[in-house]
Write a protein that binds this ligand. Structure first.
Ligand code: ACO
Length: 440
């Protein structure tokens, strides 16, 4: 018997779960992870009982086994490969974190130098891709451009499309981490009608990105190091987040053997939604709509009204029922950025701080454990940096590419990987005869 057929998980089974249904008792192995809730493996449930489980929204379902990221939402903990997120944000840089996510350990000096150099050498994109951009209307949402551009990389880089070849998988990972900032900055430059700015190999990752965003060929542009460091921190904080909607989408697309560029495009599509990566853009829209601190009480009343469909954007999280640890780091980063830019009196910031104060003390939010999430602050920082709100989710995609590709690689490296094919509870029509259109 092949190793992968022996058991569904590489974790140890210590206990059994027993299910009694229709007079039959069935047992399932329980696997304990290193941390976090244990799982019981129900992959044989259908064969033994003829039943499926039903868990819309994956409220109680682990979709895979992973060694990359750990979250304890009740305690407000996020770790990449065992390292606390605030430690990484403080002491590491985005490329080092990308190496960590991909390889499992932090690099030594030589490995870091080589990785940084490799990524740097892949930042340029095929010149022909410029024509793809020119086909889009200038008013396109940059996420639409990014979804198309990411998928189109598969049309250019044929030498890294064989998903069964470990070296090609790695090459695709390098290309994606390196090229996403270039594609993102091009989406912005195209939208404002400015020339594309080529990547600069002597700049750091975040610095190069800001340069591609804001430099023009007409005059010398120097990236502010405080902003470059803030951007690098934001990238670290967004790099991975366990099996969220977009990461699960990437894994699901990849489970069929689709190439990694196509999978990233699927991830971008999922990230675009306002309940996920689109929330930071929604936060700024919400702050603008409120307009003034004096309108906050009226807005909070609407938020609490179930019939209004209005939510306090940037608050609440499916997993964190405590302060989002990334939001904590970003709150102090926001202060650093605003102090550097002399924008400490930014009116939207005043509204944000007041909303935060109310939400942390109001019974409605406290009882539902609705704390600020990462998106609450990232949008305000981006805005202070001069990044337009349509680009916010694009920046999330640039950062999350590291996590998406690490998760995709982990899945592809796993011999137990099989196509993800959920089942359903069918509640549609009974069988019925076809009636020709003229007789309906
Ligand atoms: N404002 C007001 N009420 C809220 C909010 C909010 N932001 N979030 C949740 N609630 C309320 C719900 O109305 C519900 O109340 P009820 O129990 O009286 O019916 C309760 O809190 C639980 O909410 P759910 O929707 O069941 O929580 P879920 O885990 O499904 O949703 C989500 C999580 C989608 C993030 C939600 O909190 C939300 O919409 N937040 C605003 C959007 C946002 O900031 N998204 C970013 C997420 S982080 C990220 O993607 C990086």
């Amino acid at each position: 018997m092949a190793a992968q057929e022996k058991k569904a998980s590489s974790a140890a089974s210590t206990r059994q779960a027993t299910l009694a249904v229709d007079g039959k008792t069935v047992t399932f192995p329980v696997y304990d992870g290193v941390e976090g809730p244990s799982v019981f493996d129900i992959s044989k449930l259908y064969a033994e009982t003829g039943l499926f489980t039903f868990d819309s929204g994956f409220m109680s379902t682990a979709s895979c086994e992973s060694k990359i990221t750990f979250i304890d939402g009740d305690a407000g903990i996020l770790r990449y490969r065992g390292y606390d997120i605030d430690m990484l944000a403080e002491k590491s840089d985005f490329l080092e974190v990308s190496y960590l996510l991909l390889n499992g350990d932090l690099p030594n000096v030589a490995q870091k130098k080589e990785f940084d150099r490799t990524i740097t050498l892949h930042t340029m994109i095929h010149e022909q891709l410029h024509f793809l951009y020119r086909g889009f209307p200038r008013a396109s949402h940059p996420m639409a451009v990014m979804a198309g551009a990411a998928a189109s990389l598969a049309a250019f880089y044929h030498d890294s499309l064989d998903v069964n070849d470990v070296a090609q998988r790695e090459l695709s990972a390098f290309r994606l981490i390196a090229k996403m900032p270039t594609l993102a900055a091009m989406a912005y430059k195209y939208s404002v009608g400015q020339p594309f700015i080529y990547p600069q190999n002597d700049m750091g990752f975040a610095e190069n990105f800001l340069n591609m965003m804001f430099a023009t060929p007409c005059e010398k542009y120097t990236v502010n190091p405080v902003l470059a460091r803030a951007m690098d921190k934001i990238l670290i904080l967004h790099a991975d987040h366990e099996q969220n909607a977009s990461t699960s989408t990437v894994r699901m697309a990849g489970s069929s053997g689709a190439n990694p560029f196509a999978c990233m495009s699927a991830g971008i599509a999922s990230l675009w939604g306002p309940a996920h990566g689109g929330a930071n853009e929604a936060v700024i829209n919400m702050l603008r709509e409120i307009g003034d601190v004096k309108h906050i009480p009226e807005f909070i009343t609407k938020v609490k009204d179930k019939n209004s469909n209005v939510r306090l954007m940037g608050f609440g999280h499916r997993v964190y029922k405590n302060y989002d640890p990334r939001a904590k780091v970003l709150r102090s980063t926001l202060e650093e950025v605003l102090a550097e830019l002399g924008k400490i009196d930014e009116p939207l910031l005043k509204i944000a701080i007041e909303l935060e104060r109310i939400a942390l003390s109001d019974e409605y939010f406290v009882s539902r454990k609705l704390y600020p999430n990462v998106d609450f602050y990232s949008g305000i920082i981006y805005r202070a940096m001069g990044i337009p709100s349509k680009m916010f989710t694009v920046l999330f995609a640039v950062a999350r590419t590291a996590g998406w590709i690490a998760q995709w690689k982990e899945m592809m490296d796993d011999p137990k990987n099989k196509i993800a094919r959920p089942r359903q509870l069918f509640t549609g029509s009974q069988p019925r005869p076809f009636v020709p259109v003229e007789k309906r």
